[in-house]
Write a protein that binds this ligand. Structure first.
Ligand code: FAD
Ligand code: SF4
Length: 510
């Protein structure tokens, strides 16, 4: 019986049980499609990365003896949509059974389950064999609880998987070393050269140009720097353990004009397309720590483990608990547009200019840049979450909806009314100054509020709190900020609001 098995572009898991044995009745298929390149405008490096990794993956499968149907973006037979391509291959090979790996995106999950319902063939869906948790585990864990606190989920994960635990208690005596993860990087702790791969992607670029795919962002050096196969991913992980883990936690929240990556792992793209599983990543890091524990503080390791077994699994669980409604949430009733400078980096605000230019140059910004610079600004300027989502989903090489949406609409924009974050992640210029050197060379003055050269974040911050009093005034974590706002002289507040409204109206002049 001929079986067709679909592998989506983010399902490049060579360890999947599907590939353990070869079977001449099984045909694997992978498609480069306009359906996927065009549902949002992606960064050029994101499209390149996906196509390059998919092409390599199909070669690995073939070398292992599997049959593969690979449709290149410009192939004549390519119908450019998932369903049309599947229908074409089913007919061509007289397929009797269609199987697919459970997709992580709601959109594709629905498309494939609808397709199978109408298909007059045997069908089967199998696990991606990637995550620690199943789709609905988080909903079960929080059933009957009022709040979906990540910390509770994370502690449960630590216990369940026996990670950093000693006799049922957290190793080192604390669950969380978040407070030691807030150092400013001042250049005194050296950062080793980054491991940047030199993947020749000239063929892929040519194909993208021939297809006329519209993209955003920049790509100057013509070699793709992130891992696109398993062996590169393992090298990247080893490099992280040997060079960056030692300070990962310390400088997790730091930002610097000259250092785009600081001590971050840059593993998100590889992990999200499943070149490596989170279990493999955590096990490797833990083994390294066990061997080199004298040189590495537990706070560095706990900080890293928390991101993977905590935040990453939590975000996926929240996505599957609340989709599809989650995608329409706008609890703060924000309606403005993003300014043009999000696509050019052309702004006098140094923090935004650096973060946006990093994003446009590398398809990357680290977590605090995404949260406290671009995300903070978009929220303070009361931007519609649809606008913010489209930008984040497009601009980062690691952006796939299950992890982008929950981080952007939830954690960063508070559009879910506080399901993911217990308070909005907003700040004035003082936080940015505390965690970075951006303000030193900025056109604006971090300490001023209303003058021509005042830092825009300062007036935007107080204006936001004042505008959103109805939705946020009763949030217990905002109490201190609202009592400061209440004590503010009314005239001063009026001039701050006037300034903020001017900024919101003329964002591209700032
Ligand atoms: P490191 O700092 O080295 O962290 C290690 C790993 O932990 C990451 O590779 C990632 O897999 C995981 N991780 C860390 N933080 C998170 C988090 N909040 N949620 C889920 N996983 C996390 N991450 C994505 O993978 N794709 C996205 O589209 C995405 N969009 C984001 C949008 C916003 C507004 C924000 C605030 C965060 C977003 N993140 C996203 C989370 C985080 O910023 C990235 O995972 C991280 O910057 C990737 O770089 P890294 O691999 O060097 O991470
Ligand atoms: Fe950003 Fe304001 Fe600092 Fe300039 S002064 S870098 S705008 S926070």
């Amino acid at each position: 019986m001929k079986i067709l098995r679909l592998i989506l572009g983010d399902q490049l898991n060579i360890k999947h049980s599907w590939f353990k044995e070869t079977n001449e009745d099984v045909i694997y298929c992978l498609f480069e499609m306009r359906q996927e390149t065009d549902y949002v405008k992606h960064h050029i490096q994101k499209v390149i990365g996906f196509f390059a990794a998919m092409r390599q993956f199909s070669e690995v499968l073939k070398a292992q003896g599997h049959s593969v149907e690979y449709l290149n973006i410009n192939d004549k037979e390519n119908n450019q949509s998932l369903i049309a391509n599947l229908s074409f291959l089913i007919k061509l090979h007289n397929i009797k059974c269609f199987e697919y790996i459970s997709p992580d995106e709601y959109r594709l999950d629905k498309q494939l389950s609808d397709f199978c319902e109408d298909l007059d063939k045997e069908t089967a869906v199998v696990s991606a064999e990637h995550f620690y948790t199943e789709r609905k585990d988080l909903a079960t864990f929080f059933k009957g609880k009022k709040q979906y606190l990540m910390e509770n989920f994370y502690r449960d994960m630590r216990k369940k998987h026996n990670i950093l635990m000693v006799a049922g208690q957290p190793e080192g005596g604390k669950w969380n070393y978040d407070k030691s993860n807030r150092n400013k990087w001042k250049g005194d702790v050296p950062i080793p050269d980054y491991l940047l791969f030199k993947n020749d992607v000239s063929e892929v670029i040519k194909d993208i140009e021939t297809a006329g795919i519209k993209t955003i962002g920049r790509f100057d050096n013509k070699t793709f720097p992130y891992p696109i196969n398993r062996s590169q991913t393992l090298k990247q992980l080893k490099y992280f353990c040997e060079n960056l883990l030692v300070h990962f936690g310390d400088y997790q929240d730091a930002m610097h004009t000259n250092e785009e990556y600081l001590f971050h792992s840059r593993l998100s793209f590889a992990m999200n397309i499943k070149l490596i599983s989170p279990k493999d990543v955590v096990t490797t890091v833990m083994n390294y720590y066990r061997k080199h524990g004298d040189d590495i503080n537990i706070s560095q390791v706990e900080g890293f483990v928390r991101q993977i077994i905590g935040w990453r699994e939590y975000m996926r669980g929240m996505y599957w608990t609340f989709m599809p409604e989650y995608k329409t949430k706008n609890e703060l009733d924000n309606h403005n547009k993003l300014p043009d400078f999000f696509w050019t980096g052309d702004t006098k605000m140094n923090c935004l200019s650096k973060t946006i230019n990093n994003s446009l140059d590398n398809g990357y910004a680290h977590h605090i840049q995404r949260l406290m610079i671009t995300g903070n600004y978009a929220l303070l300027t009361q931007t519609h979450p649809d606008e913010v989502d489209a930008w984040y989903l497009g601009v980062y090489v690691d952006a796939i909806e299950w992890v982008q949406l929950t981080n952007t609409r939830g954690m960063s924009q508070f559009a879910d009314g506080g399901k993911i974050a217990t308070k909005p992640y907003v700040s004035s210029g003082s936080y940015i100054n505390k965690m970075s050197n951006y303000c030193v060379d900025c056109h604006y003055n971090k300490s001023k509020k209303t003058e021509d050269d005042a830092c825009p974040f300062n007036s935007l911050y107080w204006n936001f709190l004042d505008d959103k009093r109805e939705q946020l005034g009763k949030n217990f974590r905002m109490g201190m900020m609202y009592s400061l706002l209440d004590k503010m002289n009314k005239q001063v507040l009026q001039s701050i609001k006037k300034k903020a409204q001017h900024i919101i109206k003329h964002q591209d002049d700032y």
